[in-house]
Write a protein that binds this ligand. Structure first.
Ligand code: TXA
Ligand code: MG
Length: 335
């Protein structure tokens, strides 16, 4: 299976494969034509650059011009794993990967299937998340098949993704380093190794002309189910959501609630899905995209979602959830 998949990559085809974060849609990262197929298959804007995936450290020096000290420390501490670093790119990396930028994003995934595939191909593998552009990232092989069926040469099934949210992206070409996309590896986890880390201020706000995210992909609408998603915050969240749900149902709408293990029994709506436990935010990260996809599958018209802390592990969750809601908040007190 791995050998066959590696052969497809070596000859310019597309292979979807599991990683510990989400499923990736892989192509030969040194072949501009193969990379263009990724953009076509996903319907992805061509100015949104791809991450190169490697499976041995030696491969890094071939694709980057320089490895800053902060990068070395983060690599020692967190690779292989859910951390992507931004480097000055080497000439060998095609513009089709970087969207014309002078930098390249690199990640060394820890998933055994991803590692085996990249090693067998003997190439850096360009791989965005294997979803149709705009949809939640796939955390199961079945999500990939649903979005990209017929547009990918092979899908490797590695079961459910462990983390369920895409990797943390850190730009190590600047000082202090800056988080461009929050993920499983948090600011708090990295700072003991490299000192203060900045966070791109655009991470938690609606992108505007004045507030342009530094990772080009972060400016696009994303993670959006077909339903209208609203985030509800405040002390009386449960009461407010139940009231809103009743109003929508009276208008004939099918209402979903994105709840937690702690709250799910307290809601009255058409579809109540628990995304995990507040006491274990990793479980929320692991389930978020699957639950957003399930609201689509069950044809919810409106989804009301609880919110999570805007720090630590909650930051990555809220970054994705805000995008899926188009940054629409409802204050529970005003319902
Ligand atoms: O966990 C992950 O990172 C997954 C798995 C498959 O590895 N991949 C993934 O790729 O999430 P994608 O393409 O969905 O997201 C890549 C993000 C985009 O927001 C893109 O704009 C940003 O990385 N990016 C890529 N190259 C960059 C660069 N040179 N500078 C700044 N941002 C960059
Ligand atoms: Mg993506």
């Amino acid at each position: 299976m791995i050998e066959q998949a590696a052969q497809i990559l070596k000859t310019g085809g597309l292979v979807a494969f599991p990683t510990e974060t989400v499923y990736g849609l892989g192509a030969n990262g040194l072949d501009a034509q193969a990379c263009k197929k990724i953009y076509e298959a996903k319907g992805r804007p061509s100015d949104n650059p791809l991450i190169l995936h490697i499976a041995q450290l030696d491969a890094l020096s071939e694709i980057v011009r320089e490895i800053p000290d902060t990068a070395k420390k983060l690599i020692d501490a967190f690779w292989p794993g859910p951390l992507t670093l931004i480097f000055p790119k080497a000439d060998i990396v095609p513009d089709a990967v970087t969207g014309g930028l002078d930098t390249v994003a690199v990640r060394f995934p820890s998933h055994p299937v991803a590692m085996a595939l990249i090693q067998a191909a003997g190439l850096p593998i360009a791989a965005p998340s294997a979803n149709a552009s705009g949809k939640p990232s796939p955390t199961r092989a079945s999500h990939v098949a649903y979005d990209l069926d017929g547009r990918v040469d092979m899908i490797l099934d590695g079961g459910a993704a462990e983390w369920g949210l895409e990797s943390t992206i850190v730009d190590v070409s600047q000082n202090p380093p800056m988080i461009l996309r929050p993920g499983a590896i948090t600011k708090e986890m990295m700072e003991p190794f490299v000192g203060t880390i900045a966070i791109d201020p655009a991470i938690l706000d609606k992108p505007t002309e004045g507030l342009r995210p530094k990772a080009p992909g972060m400016k696009y609408t994303h993670y959006s189910p077909k339903a209208d998603v609203y985030l509800v915050r405040g002390i009386q969240t449960i009461e407010a959501i139940n009231r809103l749900a009743a109003q929508q149902q009276a208008q004939g709408k099918k209402v979903g609630v994105l709840a937690t293990e702690e709250s799910k029994a307290k809601y009255q709506a058409d579809i109540v899905l628990s995304v995990g436990s507040r006491a274990d935010l990793e479980s929320v990260g692991a389930n978020l995209f699957r639950v957003l996809r399930k609201f689509d599958f069950l044809e919810a018209d409106v989804v009301y979602a609880e919110v999570f802390p805007l720090e630590g592990e909650g930051l990555a969750i809220m970054n994705r959830l805000q995008k899926s809601a188009g940054y629409r908040y409802i204050e529970a007190d005003s319902v």
